[in-house]
Design a protein around this ligand. Structure first.
Ligand code: SF4
Ligand SMILES: [Zn+2]
Length: 119
């Protein structure tokens, strides 16, 4: 299955933000440390299993938010740190992320979500 550019962009953005956080907070010279890598892999796994499928919104604006509690808290910390820095370090990615969030607000997915399994 071909992944839409929007979803690939979201995954890339998550990596870049996590890399920024890991570099500054955990002093990693490249890649991600063990715990950041686990959080990153978990995020990607949630996106790949997203109940909205290819119609998914950006996780940040998702009304469901399927992440388990501790991962949700950890990702919030990363986003809070890296979000404002994205504007300066990766302006194009930041603009596209805002664009993707706006598109979701205008065109919400049609699929009604009744139950969701949080793993
Ligand atoms: S349900 Fe929401 S939070 Fe979970 S992967 Fe899909 S868009 Fe992201
Ligand atoms: Zn780290």
């Amino acid at each position: 299955m071909n992944e839409p550019g929007r979803i690939k962009r979201e995954k890339d953005t998550i990596y870049v933000m996590m890399r920024m956080y890991c570099r500054d907070k955990h002093n990693t010279e490249e890649g991600l440390c063990g715990s950041c890598n686990r959080l990153y892999e978990y995020s990607i796994q949630r996106i790949d299993k997203c109940t909205y499928g290819l119609d998914k919104p950006a996780c940040e604006v998702c009304p469901v938010h399927c992440f388990k509690k501790d991962a949700k808290e950890q990702i919030k910390v990363v986003m809070r740190y890296a979000g404002p820095r994205m504007t300066f370090q990766h302006p194009w990615m930041a603009v596209m992320h805002i664009y993707d969030k706006l598109v979701f607000k205008i065109r919400r997915p049609q699929k009604k979500i009744k139950t969701i399994k949080i793993t």
